[in-house]
Write a protein that binds this ligand. Structure first.
Ligand code: DX5
Ligand code: ZN
Length: 224
């Protein structure tokens, strides 16, 4: 099932609930929350208090993308705040198996993220522990960057590995998603699309989400 997950990073933080709900009105079925610590990535964003406020203001699941070091120290706080999905970066988890199990133990959907330079093979031993894999199509830290096409080869490999192992994790992509890049990503096997600046950067988030959904659905028909 194709889903659009608008990234609130590009929303107006002073009217977060309104922006988020406009995106939902346009057909967004998830909201993507970018959590940055100024260490793993060179930027600082938001933490559990904002997640807790957003949880009360919107009805769709919150997909929290943790771009932070030592995620185990914060996963319980995000769970308490009402996060529904949590993904952690392969690059920061020295004990990735333990971290993924910790997310699961809090009853949340479990995700793992790969930076553009990280090969899919690094996930070989944890594929059966995750509900979704987030492939970064930009280097994490900022919205508004250009889509890195090599991400699609990684998506194809992850889809092949999934079939070979009889698993059913979903594949999400993050960074530079717009009307031009969404079609090729659908055809490569992506189901969940994070989009920040495209949705919130040019006014009318509802119409932007509708446009992305339509483009993705058209590409799905071509794939079939
Ligand atoms: C980047 C974040 C993304 C970002 C995407 O570090 O993980 O979620 O908000 O923004 P766009 O869609 O503008 O590339
Ligand atoms: Zn993100």
């Amino acid at each position: 099932m194709i889903e659009i997950a608008p990234s609130i990073l590009s929303a107006d933080f002073a009217r977060l609930a309104e922006d988020a709900n406009e995106a939902v009105r346009g057909g967004a079925t998830l909201l993507h929350v970018d959590v940055m610590d100024g260490h793993f990535v060179p930027n600082i964003t938001i933490g559990p208090p904002v997640v807790a406020s957003l949880r009360k203001a919107v009805d769709v699941p919150l997909d929290c993308h943790l771009m932070i070091e030592n995620p185990d120290d914060y996963i319980p706080a995000f769970a308490d705040a009402g996060a529904n999905w949590i993904s952690v970066h392969q690059e920061v988890c020295r004990h990735l198996n333990r971290t993924l199990n910790l997310i699961r133990s809090h009853g949340m959907q479990v995700g793992v993220v790969l930076n553009p330079a990280t090969p899919v093979q690094t996930l070989g031993e944890v594929l059966d522990l995750v509900d979704y894999i987030l492939v970064m199509s930009v280097n994490p830290g900022f919205g508004g960057q250009k889509f890195i096409p090599g991400a699609l080869e990684k998506v194809r490999k992850l889809a092949t590995m999934r079939a070979a192992k009889g698993l059913n994790y979903r594949i999400e992509i993050d960074g530079g998603v717009d009307l031009a890049t969404i079609g090729p990503a659908v055809r490569a096997g992506v189901e969940i699309f994070v989009a920040g600046s495209y949705v919130f950067g040019h006014g009318d988030p509802a119409r932007k989400v509708e446009g992305l959904l339509k483009a993705a659905q058209e590409a799905t028909l071509l794939r079939a």
